[in-house]
Design a protein around this ligand. Structure first.
Ligand SMILES: [Zn+2]
Length: 191
């Protein structure tokens, strides 16, 4: 069982907790940024974190784990490995999240959605829609990190290994802007 502090230590050891002056995908600025890819580049650490996330859904008979590309692919794969399930991913095509490459959710499959970091929950909500349209049962949602201001309520079992409340500022009120610190845009999500 990994607690929040142990998870954050894994991020620090991986150099995945960045400090500086960042523009988040929400448009807000913050002094810290969490880059999951820097942790997930270490397969051993990825397995450790994702099996912890998977353990929160043990006994729920998950058949298929689905995550949004790119951030959710490794998480989905490792969580699926731990649960003995299948792993697929959704990707954005012309702005819309969809299942491609012949991926399908088969009739009667029990589905778990996973993501690396949940901020607004936008991608996850789109996948919820895809699962519901397939007529299958959505069992839960899992994330390595929840960095929303208030923990998201998706109306279904939702687990995040860490709830992170990183202070964010509107550009007009950002103290880092006032100090003239160069702004970085580390995110990979399309706007
Ligand atoms: Zn700023």
């Amino acid at each position: 069982m990994l607690n929040q502090m142990q998870v954050m230590n894994l991020f620090k050891e991986s150099g995945g907790l960045l400090t500086g002056h960042f523009e988040l995908s929400s448009g807000l600025h913050s002094a810290q940024y969490l880059q999951c890819a820097l942790l997930l580049q270490h397969p051993g650490r990825a397995t450790l974190l994702c099996s912890e996330l998977a353990s929160r859904f043990k006994g729920k008979k998950i058949d298929v784990v689905i995550g949004p590309a790119l951030g959710g692919i490794i998480v989905s794969y490792e969580v699926a490995r731990a649960l003995g399930a299948r792993s697929i991913f959704c990707e954005r095509k012309q702005g819309k999240m969809s299942l491609r490459r012949g991926f399908r959710i088969k009739k009667g499959e029990r589905v778990l959605i996973v993501e690396d970091v949940i901020t607004t929950g936008g991608s996850v909500k789109e996948i919820i829609q895809i699962v519901r349209e397939s007529g299958n049962e959505l069992i839960g949602i899992g994330a390595l990190i929840d960095r929303s201001v208030e923990k998201k309520d998706f109306g279904i079992d939702y687990e995040a290994l860490v709830s992170l409340n990183i202070k964010a500022f509107s550009p007009a009120q950002c103290p880092l802007c006032k100090e003239g610190i160069p702004l970085e845009k580390p995110g990979t999500k399309p706007r």
